[in-house]
Write a protein that binds this ligand. Structure first.
Ligand SMILES: [Zn+2]
Length: 488
């Protein structure tokens, strides 16, 4: 079937359901490869479907969904076409022109029970690239040394393709489900704007309402060729932006003044850069470090065990924070200057200088308390702090006692050579916070074993996924979902 025909068929169907669908630029859009007939239960052997999923992933990488502008609708339509070939009806959920999520459901019963349903969720958009810094075309899905290169290969089209594989495997196997399984690919995750999961929930919640979800957010950490541990995200930090604004008197740069706002801003930022907010433990972080201590070498393990010791806790917190930017950010609120602006000409003292602080709060901490501490630290009446709109909302953590959490940790640990599965509080944001605010027990696990080196490329250059890790991840995800959602 040719792509334009798929688009026409889909557009016809979607127009009925949703009203207007944006026209699609048909040129260069990959079309899904034909479905392969399965002879045995695809959930007992996933190697064939993992190979198909590799080609879906490659096709998705070729659809540029850099956000902004996103253009996720093209990727959503591609997925709808893949599902349609399997006899699964997918719905495009339009958010803004050209930006859609896509959802599909495998039913367990005539009357759905949303409180039991399982959502397989991933996002279609990706961060932009600086092409000049890549060694390959980021949108060509180049395979080199058994790595698939491309923007989104890990974050998060890898998970989109893996979810799709597991969802289709369930359908092909005609497995008897004990709960509905819903596939959802969201838009605008990277920018949390007008097409994000928040809007999606507001507009279309009944299309994918669920009690449980698996999403990105946690990882399978590979070290020295072995899985060191599996971090299952059950909570995440909250983002807010704060403007630092210094005011002064504008004038001729030939006669420097004491109230030059550039100087005041720079002094304030220097203090912020040297400041380390106090350590707060959440129960998830405490359990994470307890599980991590025996996995690290003796020296750092000793300090991890001493994090809350009355006598040397403070020193331990410093050692552990300095050993890893991730650990540092798991232990405390963080305040990161990101954007600076001041000045209109080289020979003019400006009246105002501004900086943006990207603040990441631990769940339970408040931005007002941070502002209070920063005002004391800066201690300069010429400098004001302004909290910017759209600060994130704290979501309750997902339960570490739920059946789904137990299955995820048990299966992942078994499948990754007995490596421990630890609860994880991500320092980054995911769509799960919004789901948790709607009573979804959402867990983050990108099921592909990845090294720090590969994880580092995620929002950087030459993002890539080892194909063996992808295949393994599809298999592990299939086992998790089968154990939770298939009647045995
Ligand atoms: Zn992501």
């Amino acid at each position: 079937m040719n792509w334009n025909r798929i688009v026409l068929v889909l557009a016809g169907a979607m127009t009925v359901a949703l009203g207007a669908v944006q026209p699609i630029a048909g040129q260069g859009i990959p079309q899904p490869t034909p479905a392969v007939a399965q002879t045995q239960s695809p959930l007992s052997s996933t190697s064939a479907i993992a190979k198909e999923a590799e080609s879906w992933l490659a096709d998705l990488i070729k659809i540029n969904t850099s956000n902004p502008p996103g253009n996720e609708q093209i990727a959503a339509m591609y997925i709808a076409a893949v599902l349609q070939k399997e006899g699964i009806k997918a719905e495009l959920l339009e958010l803004t022109p050209g930006r859609s999520a896509v959802a599909a459901r495998l039913r367990s019963a005539v009357v759905p029970d949303p409180s039991k349903a399982l959502l397989l969720v991933a996002h279609l958009d990706e961060v932009p690239v600086d092409k000049s810094r890549w060694t390959v075309n980021p949108f060509a899905a180049v395979i080199k040394d058994r790595y698939l290169y491309g923007r989104g290969a890990i974050d998060d089209k890898g998970m989109v393709a893996a979810n799709l594989a597991v969802f289709i495997a369930l359908k092909r196997s005609a497995a008897h489900l004990n709960r509905d399984v819903i596939f959802l690919a969201t838009a605008d995750e990277e920018a949390s704007g007008d097409a994000s999961v928040k809007m999606l929930i507001a507009k279309y919640w009944d299309k994918f309402a669920a009690g449980y979800a698996i999403n990105e957010g946690g990882n399978v950490f590979l070290k020295n060729g072995k899985v060191q541990y599996i971090g299952v995200q059950a909570s995440e930090k909250i983002a807010a932006n704060v403007a630092v604004v210094a005011h002064g008197t504008s004038g001729h740069a030939s006669q420097p003044t004491k109230d030059n706002p550039v100087v005041h801003l720079a002094a304030a930022l220097a203090k912020i850069g040297a400041y380390s907010p106090p350590v707060h433990f959440t129960s998830i972080v405490r359990r994470y470090f307890e599980g991590l201590a025996p996995l690290e070498d003796d020296e750092i393990g000793k300090w991890i065990r001493s994090l809350e010791a009355p006598d040397r806790g403070e020193h331990a917190q410093r050692v552990v924070s300095e050993a890893s930017p991730l650990w540092n950010a798991m232990l405390r609120d963080t305040i990161t200057p990101t954007v600076l602006s001041a000045g209109v000409a080289n020979n003019v003292i400006p009246a105002e200088a501004r900086a943006n602080l990207n603040v990441r709060l631990l769940p339970g901490d408040s931005i007002d308390a941070v502002i209070n501490d920063l005002n004391k630290l800066i201690n300069d009446p010429a400098v004001k702090l302004e909290v910017q709109p759209n600060a994130g909302l704290a979501a309750p953590p997902s339960s570490l006692e739920s059946d789904f959490y137990n299955i995820i940790t048990k299966v992942a640990s078994q499948e990754f050579g007995g490596a421990p599965a630890l609860p994880f509080q991500s320092t980054w944001l995911t769509d799960s916070a919004q789901l948790r605010l709607h009573n979804v027990q959402a867990y983050g696990l990108v099921p592909f074993p990845l090294t720090q080196e590969d994880l580092r490329r995620m929002h950087g250059d030459d993002e890539r996924i080892p194909l063996a890790s992808f295949d393994k991840g599809v298999d592990v995800l299939a086992k998790i979902v089968a154990e939770f959602a298939v009647s045995h």
